[in-house]
Design a binder for this molecule. Structure first.
Ligand code: BTN
Length: 268
């Protein structure tokens, strides 16, 4: 395994995270198949591997997305990173609490630059009606708890041209800022990590009330009529929030129903 260089500039400078014992190392790779897979391999080869270890790749040749999809990005333009966390005492049925904290951290970071940032349930990051990024968390379990989490995050940073099929659905930080100069992907990564660590440190993952309230308030199309596919049928519904295990609560024909990821799809 080849580790070209280690960057620890911003996060080491402000040294906010010593209480949590997070090591603020960011390993930057030129090319890797998937940063999630790379970190998973590091985790099984290096023991102990410090919480907070993060891998960023300038190019992923086989990036993984939600629902078994491939995550495609243009080389050197976008942020692809994975972060290792050991969420202590997190029961498997509460795993969605970590997902919410990560989504909120990413959203908070992007809000430094853009106003209109939402979380599209369960873990897409949207600007207006367009996707700017996505999150893929892979948990390693021990008994009834989550032993470690590999948090994969992809954010479109400098990409301006998207394939025709995506042009109406995807956006990037640069497109929203209208800047002419490319943004530093590594700087973005360190800023985002800092925001995530702060929130992660503050959050009690075993008591999700506050996290759930903040996540719900950030939901894309909360309280608005939206078109979904449910059991293969186009159905209009109004998002009400999420339940205690992270299912989406939707008002359909005056009755509320909860759906998991396999049961509902946004039609946008
Ligand atoms: C999605 O919206 O489908 C989730 C996308 C997650 C992509 C990131 S990029 C870094 C990390 N490594 C991967 O292979 N996937 C995640």
């Amino acid at each position: 395994m080849n580790v070209p260089y280690i960057s620890n500039t911003i996060l080491l400078q402000n040294n906010t995270f010593s209480g949590l014992n997070l090591r603020q190392n960011l390993i930057v790779l030129d090319e890797v198949s998937s940063t999630n897979d790379y970190l998973k391999e590091l985790l099984s080869n290096i023991k102990p591997l410090a919480e907070g270890t993060a891998i960023m790749a300038k190019h992923q040749t086989n990036g993984k997305g939600q629902r078994g999809n491939t995550w495609l990005t243009t080389p050197n333009e976008n942020l692809s990173m994975s972060l290792l966390l050991y969420p202590s005492e997190l029961l498997i049925q509460h795993a969605f609490n970590l997902n919410m904290v990560i989504c909120l951290g990413v959203q908070q970071w992007l809000k430094r630059y853009i106003k209109d940032v939402y979380i599209k349930w369960p873990n897409d990051i949207f600007v207006g009606r367009k996707k700017i990024g996505g999150i893929l968390i892979e948990n390693q379990l021990k008994g009834k708890t989550v032993k470690s989490s590999i948090v994969g995050i992809g954010i479109n940073i400098n990409q301006q041209d998207f394939p025709a099929s995506l042009s109406k659905l995807a956006t990037s930080l640069k497109l929203n800022l209208g800047s002419t100069e490319p943004l530093s992907v590594e700087h973005c990564c360190l800023e985002m990590l800092s925001e995530i660590f702060t929130l992660y440190k503050q959050s009690n993952l075993t008591n999700s009330q506050n996290i759930r309230a903040a996540y719900t308030a950030s939901l894309f199309q909360l309280g608005k009529v939206e078109l979904f596919e449910i059991n293969g049928k186009q159905t209009e519904g109004i998002i009400q929030g999420i339940d205690s295990v992270g299912r989406l609560i939707v008002l359909i024909n005056e009755s509320t129903q909860s759906f998991d990821l396999k049961e509902i799809r946004f039609l946008i």
